[in-house]
Design a protein. Sequence first.
Length: 421
Amino acid sequence: MKTILTFLIVFSVVVVVHELGHFYFAKRAGILVREFAIGMGPKLFSHQGKDGTAYTIRMLPMGGYVRMAGYEDDEEMKPGTPISLLLNEQGVVTKINTSKKVQLVNAIPMEIVRYDLVDALTISGFINGDESQTITYAVDHDAFIIEEDGTEVRIAPRDVQFQSAKLWQRALTNFAGPLNNFILAFVLFGVLVFARGGVVDLNSTVISGVAPDGPAAVAGLKAGDQITAIDGITVNNWPEMQKLIQEKPDQELTLDFLREKDKQSLVVKTDAVESQGEKFGQLGVQAPMKTGFFDKLKGAFIESIASFTQIIDALRGIVFNFDVDQLGGPVAIWQMSSQAASQGVTTVIYLMAMISMNLGIFNLLPIPGLDGGKLLLNAFEGVRGKPLSQEKEGLITIVGFGLLMLLMIIVTWNDIQRFFF
């Protein structure tokens, strides 16, 4: 149960924060967000906001999505489809019901002949089964349509569609999802830094703590001692000191240090610890910490950049030396969530930060169907002076999405074999 909750929280928070980026900047650009959903699958709860967005919670608690007007074929009502219409006092349609699950009081039953909810804002059909006369109604610009599952969303006239926004607004909306993931990663790394009480001061050799019964404690070192030399070699920072110690596992070292400005010296024998088949020396001392507020913010930024660089390096390795074992999908995230859940809250936060950074970078890849692919089309439009036709852009997106789904299936199957067989 702990693993399930960890997986759902990590996956959902990262995806929902990503979608919130698209949502916010779409709103700012005047693009109609028809639905903001938390979760996937059948609808459990829906609230129609005054801003025209349907806020829904769906059955499968995994991620979420944003439906922007103009991003897909918004309505597909075939001729002959039975619907019902709700009119205002002026005889203008304010609500179109296509669901069998919802009944509207005082609604007019209609069998559709044709409709245009983008430009003309009209709907025509037969009323009460009378096929001798086609009746046409004007549709309000802010009318609602009740979809088959009962979700109530706004119709999508041309002026509020995604393509009607300015190029820079569309580009910013596309970029906002990955941007939010980078911001989330920075915030989470900040939480970790603040929870640790600060960041390691690598420019100092002052010991902040000594492990009980460790070599340093046995030899008599104390917190606050400043190491100045090891075996006669001057050390100016923590990495230099650490390197000299690690090079001599299970060996005696002569340490020169300052204790309250007094120069002292002692001999200490290192422990030998093994990592990846190699032995390293260890004293059992802790590095000093910078605890200032801005030091912590800087530490969070440095950790964010380090994770970004680490992922980019891994991505470069995948591109130039492709191996499906280097990739991980939902099953891999599940496995990591299981390990993180057993190691505590800080490990879960670290995992969430790394996945958020991963998702941000992955979505910026110039692949059709991803945000990076959309940004590439935005750049192409900027150079060309006009966008691709919706048909061509839709075809490119479908092909890219198909390839991504194929890759996801391959990666998931590989994960299943790797972790369960």
